[in-house]
Each structure stands twice: as C-alpha cells, then as structure tokens.
Design a protein around this ligand. Structure first.
Ligand code: DUT
Length: 159
C-alpha cells in the first residue's frame, strides 16, 4: 500500500500571497490524495462572456513564490471545460518560473463555436508543480554517434 500520509508530510512548502481577501475562502487545494494539480479560480468582479475565438487574461488573486529553481509551476487547462465548453488556455500551457513573484494570470481562450460565460471564482485551470533540471550548454563541433542521428518527424515510418 502506498503511504500517502508520509508523502503528504514531505511535500515542498510554497509561499502564497493573497492579493484579494475573498480568495481566503477559495484557496487552491488538492481535491484528492492523488490529485496532480490544484484548481485556480477566476478573480472576476462580474461574469465574463467570451465570444468564439476570444482570449482574455484573467486574474487569480494569488501570487506563489516557488523559490526553489529545481521546481516550476505549470498552468494547465481543466479537461471538462476544454472538452465540453471549448475553454482552454491562450498560451496552451502556462510556465511559472521559480523566481516569479507576481500574480498568477490565466490566459483564457474560447476555442469553441459558442459564447461561454465565466463566473466569478469559477475554477478555470489547474496549477501543477513540476521538477526542473537546469542545464549548462557546452558548445561542441560534433556529437558522439547515436542510433537515431538527426532522424525525426516520422523518419522511422508511420507504424
Ligand atoms: O499562464 C501564465 C504564464 C506565465 N505567467 C507568469 C509566470 C511566469 O514566470 C511569467 C513569465 O512567463 P513567460 O516567461 O512564459 O512569459 P514571456 O511572455 O516570455 O514574458 P517575459 O518576457 O516576462 O518572460 O509570467 C502567468 O502568470 N501565467
């Protein structure tokens, strides 16, 4: 059996600032022990209608300083909103740097055929913490030979 309690105790701690007091009632959280992401909500003063094709930057009212450069945040769409209602992200994926201290913003894009109205504090996207490996680039004239070489984009055949 997987020890979820021990796993929870070892979670990295992230500094979060509330940029709007109303968010205190809507803090992001993992919905289940195994959830990969925490939902991010729309900090809107009124319902926002997006026409087909329209894209708007929506506030979350939250700032999260990850601080550890071996971690990053990702903002990803919610599958139900994307699949059923065509509401996805204008940048497809939001990448949050570990040194970013500003407000988390969600680029909301209506890629569907119908207008969609977003409600204040509706869960719009999810925030996932991911490991990052930073590299040093080392200039070389040639690579050691590899089986693949420069082949890509279907070079090995369709099936
Ligand atoms: O969906 C997103 C994507 C990014 N950010 C914030 C966090 C991130 O660390 C910062 C910069 O993002 P990115 O580097 O992708 O933006 P850019 O367009 O390259 O702008 P910059 O020149 O500021 O780096 O913006 C968000 O709040 N939401």
């Amino acid at each position: 059996m997987y020890d979820t309690a021990r796993h929870a105790a070892a979670r990295p701690r992230l500094a979060v600032k509330l940029l709007d007091e109303r968010l205190r009632d809507y803090l992001p959280r993992y919905a289940t022990d195994g959830s990969a992401g925490m939902d991010l909500r729309a900090l809107l003063e009124a319902p926002l209608t997006l026409a087909p094709g329209e894209c708007e930057l929506v506030r979350t009212g939250l700032a999260i300083h990850i601080a550890d450069p071996s971690l990053a945040g990702m903002i990803l769409p919610r599958s139900g909103l994307g699949h059923k209602h065509g509401i996805v992200l204008g940048n497809l994926v939001g990448l949050i740097d570990s040194d970013y201290q500003g407000e988390l913003m969600i680029s909301v894009w209506n890629r569907g055929q119908a207008s969609v109205t977003l409600q204040p504090f509706e869960r719009l996207a999810q925030y996932v913490l991911v490991p990052v490996v930073q590299a040093e680039l080392e200039l070389v004239d040639d690579f050691d030979a590899s089986r693949r070489g420069a082949g890509g984009f279907g070079s090995s055949g369709r099936h």
